[in-house]
Design a protein around this ligand. Structure first.
Ligand code: HEM
Length: 254
C-alpha cells in the first residue's frame, strides 16, 4: 500500500529524484519544548512533563517539487522529533488543515486517481473530484480546508494540526483520547495573493517562531479512527506546553 500510494502521488505531482517523496522542501531547526504540566495527570508521556525536552523541528512545503515558491496556497508541515531522557525519540507530524480528505488509505488512492491531470486541459477534472466528494461525504470538509489553505507570513504564523487521534495512557491507568494542534504565538497572519506575489521564493523561515501545543480532550463516542471527522468544537482543551525555536540546524542534509 505504501509503495502504491507513493507511486500514485508521483503520478499526480511529479517525481524529483533524491528528494523526499512529498514535503520535499523544508528546513530543520533546534527547539525546546517546555511542558505546562497540565497534561501530567492524564499522560505519563516523558515529554509532556515535568522538564523541558530538546526537539528538532522540520517545517516543510508539502509539494513533491522542492522548488515550488513559498507564496502560494499549499500544504505546509510541522514535524517534531522529541529527544527523551532515556535516549529514545518520539515524533509528532502535523499539517495546516484540521481534518484529512480521506478516511482510509484506499480512499486516499481513489482521491489521487480523481486528481490525475486530464491531458486535454493539463489540470485535474473538477467532475472527478466532485464525484469523489459525493461518494465520500465525510471527505468534503478536508477538501474545502485544502482549497482555502492560507499563505502565511512565515512558517511561524500558521496553525498545524496532527489530525489523527491519539490515546494518552494516564498515570492512574486511565486512557484518554486526544488531538493535538500547534497554535502560533503570533496568532494567524496571512498574506493576500497580491502581497505574496512580491515575496522572495523562499521567505517562510523569516521571523521569530513559537507555538503552544493545544490538546483537545475527546469524550466517549468521539471517533479515534477517522481523520476526516473533527470532534465537536466544545470539547475541552488544555495547553500541554510551548515549543520555542532556537536556531537553524547547521547540517540541513542529515
Ligand atoms: C494516506 C495519507 C498520507 C500519505 C500517503 C503520506 C505520505 C508521506 C510521505 C511519502 C512522506 C515523505 C517521507 C519522507 O520521504 O521522509 C510524508 C511526509 C510528511 N507527512 Fe505524510 N502522508 C499522508 C498523510 C499525512 C497526514 C494525515 C499528515 C498530518 C498529520 C502528514 C504529515 C506529513 C509531514 C509533516 C511530513 C513531512 C515530514 C518531514 O518534515 O520530514 N501526512 N508523508
Amino acid at each position: 500500500m505504501a509503495v502504491t500510494a507513493v507511486d500514485a502521488i508521483e503520478h499526480v505531482s511529479g517525481m524529483y529524484a533524491g528528494q523526499r517523496r512529498v514535503h520535499a522542501r523544508g528546513l530543520c531547526f533546534d527547539a525546546t519544548f517546555t511542558p505546562s504540566c497540565e497534561a501530567a495527570s492524564l499522560t505519563s508521556a516523558a515529554h509532556l512533563g515535568p522538564g523541558p525536552t530538546p526537539v528538532v523541528v522540520r517545517f516543510s512545503n508539502s509539494n513533491t517539487n522542492p522548488t515550488v515558491p513559498d507564496g502560494i496556497r499549499a500544504g505546509r508541515g510541522l514535524a517534531t522529533r522529541f529527544f527523551l531522557p532515556d535516549g529514545s525519540t518520539t515524533d509528532l507530524v502535523s499539517v495546516n488543515i484540521p481534518v484529512f480528505f480521506a478516511s482510509t488509505p484506499e480512499q486516499f488512492l481513489e482521491l489521487l486517481d480523481a486528481l490525475k491531470k486530464d491531458p486535454s486541459t493539463g489540470a485535474p477534472s473538477p467532475e472527478k473530484v466532485k464525484a469523489y466528494a459525493a461518494a465520500h461525504p465525510s471527505a468534503a470538509a478536508g477538501l474545502q480546508e485544502a482549497a482555502r489553505m492560507p499563505i502565511p507570513v512565515s512558517y511561524g504564523t500558521a496553525r498545524y494540526w496532527a489530525i489523527h487521534a491519539f490515546v494518552w495512557d494516564g498515570p492512574d491507568g486511565g486512557h484518554h483520547p486526544v488531538r493535538y494542534r500547534w497554535e502560533p504565538d503570533t496568532g494567524l497572519l496571512e498574506l493576500s495573493e497580491q502581497e505574496a506575489a512580491g515575496k522572495d521564493p523562499e521567505y517562510l523561515a523569516d521571523g521569530p517562531v513559537g507555538f503552544a501545543l493545544r490538546v483537545q480532550l475527546g469524550q466517549d463516542g468521539d471517533p479515534t479512527d477517522d481523520p476526516t471527522k473533527a470532534w465537536p468544537a466544545d470539547r475541552p482543551e488544555i495547553v500541554a506546553g510551548h515549543l520555542g525555536i532556537t536556531a537553524p540546524v547547521t547540517d540541513q542534509d542529515h
